[in-house]
Structures are given as structure tokens and as C-alpha cells.
Design a protein around this ligand. Structure first.
Ligand SMILES: Nc1nc2c(ncn2[C@@H]2O[C@H](COP(=O)(O)OP(=O)(O)OP(=O)(O)O)[C@@H](O)[C@H]2O)c(=O)[nH]1
Ligand SMILES: [Zn+2]
Length: 369
């Protein structure tokens, strides 16, 4: 066993594995320590690491400025694995980030087309939905698209089952809009469904959902301690103050981690295949269309139109699919425009520097090389 893996031993229960150790070997030679980012603030973060002396898991404050990036998606985020220089003064520094196995990326709130990483390296994205109000199917579909796109496995958890009599009926409705994902009902209050939930959560889990959905309550139940503050009143469901204000990673006593995220009001998608995965049932129907490139508008032999007609595919779900697809296309076109603008800017800089270095023997830049 190399010193870098033995030093990281307590981290093995929380996601450190051979792939990460192999990627880290380079940094181990430079004397850096492997660490898991548990929360990020402006310019600094908390990391979990194995204390080099005692071998115990310990939280350390570190400077993140060396790994800052103009692209917010590349900035350090909760769940990232990092190489930390513990000897740096006045504060340990994060010298590098390891590659991410998964990342939950949403479009930043507001009109901009930047991405924002909610959590990195999670195996499961747990979508918490309160049973205290009628579930908003469109919103769940949106969260599912975000979850599928992350590369992790989505899991829908209907919370506060103690408040309703028809939890199982609601679960059946939600299962219909969540192809490929498990849907569970739980109550943190009575403990109902909690064992089944635990069985679904090996490894790293991120909790997403609206404010008041019960994410922090679930995090505390899973952690077996009061790790996160919980809303005081129960009447604020679906609106109300946001209790959780930062994304926080909590190591679980039996291994694995949970990342609690603040309630999300706006969940803009950030492109990719997530929408198609979330609506795999529609893709399956479309395979039966007569034409391979059927637009499902007016073509003869359109299986999607037939499914809408006979009600096997609800119009609401089709509309939701088209809406999320359009949103994704908009983001894709925006990032294409951004790439083109970036390229133009670089080209301008290159030609400018060529002009600046003009000499009597200057060549036509198009003909050099
Ligand atoms: N009856 C009942 N109430 C619950 C249950 N789980 C959570 N609650 C209540 O729901 C409210 C919101 O719970 P939180 O855990 O703070 O919700 P959150 O999703 O973390 O909210 P933000 O931190 O704002 O994103 C609190 O008053 C909880 O006590 C449950 O299983 N049953
Ligand atoms: Zn069709």
C-alpha cells in the first residue's frame, strides 16, 4: 500500500477509491494531502481529510484561490476531491481538484447562461418532494432531467408520509413520470420507509428539492445527529424562509456521505441528454413511428400522436417534455455562441500581437506555417 492510500484510509468509507488514488499519485509525490470538500464559501472551503498524525477524520479550513476559475462550473464545489497543501501559510491551500465522476449542474438563476455545480461526485441524486401539498409533476420531471444529466442515479423521495392517507396512490402517479427511477415514501417523523431509503443509498448522495421539502430533516435522520438546522414551523411548506443556506457535505456514520442543498426555487437545465433520459417512455413510443425522423406533428403513422390520442401518453407530459427540450436547446445555442465569441476574441488577440511584433520582414500571417 502506498503512503497516499494509507494516509487516506478513513476517507475510503466516504468515496475515496483506487481511481482517485491513482489520479492523486502525482500530487502525493509533491507532498499534498487528499481531501474531500465539504462546504465552499467565498475564497475558502472546509475539507475532510485523514489527519496525518492520528489518522482520524478531521475538518480543515483551506484557501481555494489557487483553483479559482472564471468558469463557475470549474470552480471548487461541495463533493470535489482535492489536493491540499497542509503546510501552506497562513492557511492550508487547495492546490488542485481531481476529475469529477458526476456533477449536478444547473443554469444559474436569472437570465445568464452560466452553469452552477450543486454537488460533485455523488452516486445518487435524491429528489425530495413533500406530500403535504399536491406534488407538482412538472417540477419533479425537471429535477429528474437535472439528476439524469449529472451522471448519477435519480431517486424520488416523497416526504412527510405521516401527513397524508393516500401516500401510495401519489407514489404510483409519480412512478409513471419517473421511468428508470425508484420512488419511495418516507416519514422522518415516524421513521416509516427510512430503512428502505438507507438501503437505496450506498456511497454519496445529494439531496435536492424545494425549500421545506424536508431535506435537512432527512439529512439529520440519515446522519443520526443534528447536523443541519430545520425549519421551525410546518405551515411554510412549499414557500417560506430558506433554512439551509449553503451546500454541506455530511459524512454518514456507516460510510457514505450526504450533501444537503438549499431549497431551489429555479432549476434551469444546463443542456445534455438528461431530458431524453427523464422521458425515456416517450422515446420508446417514438420508436414505433413510421418515419425515423418523425417530428410527431402531423406525419402519418406517428405513434406519439396515437398515444396522445388514446391517452396512454398524457398531453401534460408531452408538453412538459417539449418545454424542457426547448429550454435545453436554448442553453446549447447560448453556449455555442459563447464558444464562438471566445474563439473570435482569441483570434483577435493573436492577430493583434502579430501586428504588434511587426518587423520589416513580416510575412502574411495566413501564409506562415
Ligand atoms: N410531519 C412531518 N413533518 C416533517 C417531516 N420531515 C420534515 N418535516 C417538517 O417540515 C419542515 C421543513 O423541513 P426541513 O428539513 O427544514 O426542509 P428543507 O427541505 O431542508 O428546507 P430548506 O432548508 O429551506 O431547503 C420542518 O418544519 C420539519 O419539521 C416528516 O416526515 N413529517
Ligand atoms: Zn411520430
Amino acid at each position: 500500500m502506498t503512503s497516499s492510500t494509507s494516509a487516506a484510509l478513513p476517507l475510503s468509507a466516504h468515496g475515496w477509491n483506487e481511481d482517485r488514488a491513482a489520479e492523486f499519485a502525482f500530487y502525493a509525490e509533491a507532498g499534498l494531502t487528499p481531501a474531500l470538500i465539504s462546504r465552499v464559501d467565498r475564497g475558502q472551503c472546509d475539507v475532510l481529510l485523514a489527519d496525518p498524525e492520528s489518522g482520524e477524520l478531521r475538518t480543515v479550513r483551506a484557501d481555494t484561490r489557487p483553483v479559482g476559475d472564471p468558469d463557475p462550473v470549474k470552480c471548487p464545489c461541495t463533493g470535489d476531491w482535492a489536493a491540499v497543501d497542509l503546510a501552506a501559510q497562513p492557511l492550508p491551500t487547495v492546490s488542485a481538484l481531481l476529475g469529477r465522476s458526476t456533477a449536478i449542474v444547473r443554469k444559474t438563476a436569472g437570465g445568464r447562461s452560466d452553469g452552477q455545480v450543486l454537488a460533485a461526485n455523488v452516486d445518487t441524486v435524491m429528489i425530495a418532494v413533500s406530500l403535504a401539498a399536491d406534488p407538482d409533476l412538472g417540477r419533479i420531471e425537471r429535477f429528474l432531467a437535472l439528476a439524469w444529466e449529472s451522471g448519477a442515479v435519480p431517486l424520488v423521495v416523497l416526504t412527510k408520509a405521516d401527513l397524508v392517507d393516500d401516500a401510495d396512490f401519489i407514489r404510483e402517479d409519480v412512478e409513471k413520470i419517473a421511468p428508470g427511477a425508484a420512488v419511495l415514501t418516507v416519514s422522518a417523523e415516524t421513521g416509516e420507509g427510512m430503512d428502505e431509503l438507507r438501503a437505496h443509498l450506498p456511497g454519496a448522495t445529494a439531496l435536492v428539492g424545494q425549500s421545506g421539502a424536508g431535506k435537512s430533516t432527512l439529512t439529520n435522520a440519515l446522519a443520526g445527529r443534528h447536523a443541519m438546522a430545520v425549519q421551525e414551523t410546518r405551515s411554510v411548506d412549499e414557500k417560506g424562509r430558506h433554512t439551509t443556506t449553503t451546500r454541506e457535505l455530511i459524512p454518514l456514520p456507516d460510510g457514505g456521505v450526504v450533501i444537503d442543498t438549499p431549497g431551489l426555487r429555479e432549476v434551469g437545465l444546463y443542456g445534455g441528454e438528461g431530458v431524453d433520459l427523464a422521458f425515456a417512455d416517450i422515446a420508446a413510443i417514438a420508436e414505433r413511428c413510421r418515419f425515423d425522423d418523425c417530428s410527431h406533428r402531423s406525419e402519418p403513422g406517428c405513434a406519439v400522436a396515437a398515444a396522445l390520442e388514446d391517452g396512454t401518453l398524457p398531453q401534460r407530459r408531452m408538453d412538459s417534455y417539449l418545454k424542457l427540450q426547448r429550454e435545453n436547446e436554448w442553453i446549447a445555442s447560448r453556449s455555442d455562441a459563447r464558444v464562438a465569441a471566445e474563439r473570435a476574441r482569441k483570434w483577435k488577440a493573436v492577430t493583434k500581437s502579430m501586428r504588434g511584433s511587426s518587423s520589416p520582414t513580416r510575412h502574411d500571417p495566413r501564409r506562415t506555417r
